[in-house]
Design a protein around this ligand. Sequence first.
Ligand code: KE4
Length: 429
Amino acid sequence: MERKQSDLLFARASKVLVGGVNSPVRAFKGVGGTPIFFERADGPYLIDVDGNRYIDFVASWGPMLRGYSYPEVVDAIQEQAARTTSFGAPTFAEIKLAELICSYVPTIEKVRMVNSGTEATMSAIRLARGITGRDKIVKFEGGFHGHGDALLVKAGSGVLTLGLPDSPGVPQDLAQHTLTVPYNDIDAAKAVFDAYGDAIATVIVEPIAGNMGCVPPIAGFLETLRELTTNHGALLILDEVMTGFRVAQGGAQALYDIQPDLTTLGKVIGGGMPVGAFGGRAEFMNQLAPEGPIYQSGTLSGNPLAMEAGYALLQSLNSHTYAALARKTNHLVSGINDAARSHHIDLHINHVCGMFSMFFTSQSTVTCFADVMAADAERYRMFFHAMLDEGVYFAPSPFESAFVSTSHEENHQLDATIAAVDRVFARLA
Ligand code: KE4
């Protein structure tokens, strides 16, 4: 596939944008090569600056649940833009979206809108620390919650040792308050509470991990975190920035029947506009300024363009949406698995409604970061580029989730993708 214009733009971008991108994962460092520049997108398709069309499974990292350029979202943005793009003052649009979120997610009684998932998780952690008066937080290996300092922390030599910075610029004094536990490791979660229980402000967890590839919770994992946080007076934050409105109308917490104290949201709730949110019980949220003493703010928080876009998308969701997403996801996963079997490719696919990940491994399960790291990342890289040449765009990293939208049709884009995978597996075998 000819990508001359992308290459020219990447060279030009690299002169003024760090790495030629505004977010590292877009730079193709995880798969090699240079990024593709896109010009427009429609439904399940991306069209690049060279005019090449791709069936897309990145969905702008999750927001495009209804496919790109969803008419109701585009209309809502255009109508609001004509009235202005921002007031920096309250609008009805913020109320509409917040009411819809509260109606879909019963554990959220009050919401604070922000501009990214990072802001949502950073603020929710400050809220939990302010409410409990404690400093320690627990996160999980392979979990990603944005680039807030407290979260760019890796495990020390063992789960019970204090955290170490996972990026230059994160102070050790801060990192030491973050404890990292293997995802789905119930015993390790219990051990960290045995050791630090009364000093832990909060546990933040992706209810379905999506940032090491898609790794669902094992039975009892989320329930144990709920029990441990309740018994030790800590708050449970479910980071649903990716899973919120992606895997069910009420998010992963509805799927697994877990009641968190706080929930963070993003991606789908903005319909592709810059949005994040966090919410929970009113008694907790009312501790935030201007009601309470815990400070949090944002110039463009609740921006009317983003609110109207998110409202238009969320309003379109119903049980049929998720039944269709699940059906489509299962259709695609089943076809890829059939292709792997027929070409004797070692492959394991984790999937939940609307999201999935392919791991090139002979293991029959992938339930934690160690399992993910044991998979063949080089084979993913080969698969990624071969699929690109087939006109199918997966995430440029083996550690991301792929997303199906309601605009992907089984007997069209999904079957075309399965046929392309079959041709690629025949070459990889
Ligand atoms: P943002 O700050 O990127 O809006 O959200 C951070 C975040 C928080 N929590 C979860 C569960 C997330 O998945 C994310 C962001 N996800 C990545 C993709 N896996 C964003 C893509 C990127 O970094 O460019």
